[in-house]
Write a protein of this length. Structure first.
Ligand SMILES: *Cc1c(COP(=O)(O)O)cnc(C)c1O
Ligand code: SF4
Length: 346
C-alpha cells in the first residue's frame, strides 16, 4: 500500500517552485549563457548572503547580457565585499524602533511586523541583508509579544506584514496570525509588503486568495517591482487575482544604478504597473547598507528622474522619491513631481 506522507500532501506548487530556486551563481550564469568569471571573487559574499532566485524570474532575464537589470538585482558580486565609508549594517537604526521581537513601531498609527525572515528571492541591495533574522523569525510563540503590544496600543490602526517576505509563510501560518489579529478592535487596515507575486507568482493561488478575500480589514498589498521586465503574463494573472480579492495594489521600487536609473525605464514601469491595476507609491533612494554602494544613485539624479517622469506621465503614475532618515516621523519626500517653481516676480 502506498500512502502519501502528510508532508508530501501539503506541498503546493508554489512551495515546490520555491524549493527549486537557483542558489548556485555558476548554474545561474550557465543558464543565461554567461561566463563564470562574472562571479570571480564573490564566494565570500555569497556565503554571507546567498544567491536565491526562482526559475520563473530567471526566465525573464535576457540571455547573454551580463548587464541585464533583473540579473543585476540578484547576482552576488565581489564588489560587495569592498568597505565603503558611511555604509553600515543598520543605517536605519531599526534596532531603536523595535518594540518586541519582530515589531517595529516608528510611525504614528502603523506598526510593522517582521512576520518571517525568509524571501523567495535575495536582492543584493536589500537593507535587511544585515538584519538579525535568527531572532526575528516568526511563529506564533515569537509573535505573541508583538501581538500583545499591538493590542495594547489603540493608536495602531494599521499593521504592516513585512519581512523578509510575509507570503513566504504558508496559508495556515498566515491564517493563524490573522486569526490572532482579528481579536484586536482598533485594527482597520492590514498591509502586506511583498515581492512574491512578482518573483514567484505561483504563490498567489486559490488558498492565498481565499484567505485574503475573507480578512475582516481593508487590505493593501504593496508590491516591489523595480524594472518593467519583471512583469510578465504570469505576474499579471497573479495581480488580477489579488485585485479581485479586494486588495488595493501599490508598488514600491528602489532606485538602483544600472537597473532603473533611467526615465524611460521608470515611465515604462509605471505604465505597465497601471495596466495591472497597480499605482506607484514610493521610489526609495537606497539606504547606505554595507555591500550595496555600487547601486547608489545620487539624490540630484533622483530629482531629475522624477521631474522627467512628471513631464511624461499623469501625476498618479509618478512615484514619490523618498529617503528614510532615522528618527523622523515619516519617510522624507525628496521629490514628487517637478522641482519648485522659480520665485514669482512681483
Ligand atoms: C516604511 C515604514 C512604514 C510605512 O510607512 P508608510 O509611509 O506608511 O508607507 C511603517 N513602519 C516602518 C518601520 C517603516 O519602515
Ligand atoms: S524580497 Fe524584499 S526583503 Fe526580501 S531580499 Fe528582496 S528586497 Fe529584501
Amino acid at each position: 500500500m502506498i500512502t502519501a506522507t502528510p508532508k508530501a500532501r501539503q506541498t503546493s506548487a508554489w512551495q515546490r517552485e520555491l524549493a527549486a530556486a537557483i542558489t548556485d551563481p555558476r548554474e545561474l550564469l550557465e543558464q543565461l549563457g554567461l561566463p563564470a568569471s562574472l562571479v570571480e571573487g564573490a564566494d565570500p559574499v555569497s556565503a554571507a548572503f546567498p544567491l536565491r532566485v526562482p526559475r520563473g524570474f530567471v526566465r525573464r532575464m535576457r540571455r547573454g547580457d551580463p548587464a541585464d537589470p533583473l540579473l543585476r538585482q540578484v547576482l552576488p558580486l565581489a564588489v560587495e565585499a569592498r568597505a565603503v565609508p558611511g555604509y553600515v549594517a543598520d543605517p536605519l537604526r531599526e534596532a531603536d524602533a523595535r518594540r518586541a521581537p519582530g515589531l517595529l513601531h516608528k510611525y504614528r498609527g502603523r506598526a510593522l511586523l517582521v512576520a518571517t525572515g525568509a524571501c523567495a528571492v535575495h536582492c543584493r541591495y536589500c537593507f535587511r541583508r544585515e538584519f538579525p533574522y535568527a531572532e526575528q523569525v516568526g511563529h506564533l510563540g515569537r509573535w505573541r509579544e508583538a501581538l500583545l503590544q499591538v493590542s495594547a496600543d489603540a493608536s495602531i490602526r494599521e499593521l504592516i506584514l513585512s519581512g523578509g517576505d510575509p507570503l513566504s509563510l504558508g496559508d495556515e501560518r498566515l491564517a493563524q496570525l490573522t486569526g490572532e489579529l482579528a481579536g484586536i478592535p482598533h485594527l482597520e487596515t492590514l498591509r502586506i509588503h511583498t515581492r512574491q507575486p512578482v518573483v514567484l507568482p505561483e504563490r498567489v493561488d486559490a488558498g492565498l486568495l481565499g484567505w485574503l478575500r475573507h480578512l475582516p480589514w481593508r487590505t493593501v498589498v504593496v508590491l516591489h517591482v523595480n524594472h518593467p521586465n519583471e512583469l510578465d503574463g504570469s505576474v499579471y494573472d497573479a495581480l488580477a487575482g489579488l485585485r479581485d480579492a479586494g486588495a488595493t495594489l501599490l508598488n514600491q521600487s528602489v532606485l538602483l544604478a544600472g537597473v532603473n536609473d533611467d526615465a524611460s525605464v521608470l515611465a515604462a514601469l509605471s505604465r505597465r504597473l497601471h495596466r495591472a491595476g497597480v499605482l506607484p507609491y514610493y521610489l526609495h533612494l537606497p539606504d547606505a547598507v554595507a555591500g550595496t554602494a555600487h547601486f547608489d544613485v545620487p539624490e540630484s539624479r533622483g530629482r531629475e528622474l522624477i521631474a522627467d517622469l512628471a513631464r511624461e506621465l499623469p501625476g498618479y503614475l509618478v512615484p514619490r522619491l523618498v529617503r528614510e532618515v532615522p528618527g523622523r516621523d515619516a519617510k522624507t519626500t525628496i521629490a514628487a513631481g517637478l522641482g519648485a517653481a522659480p520665485e514669482a516676480i512681483v
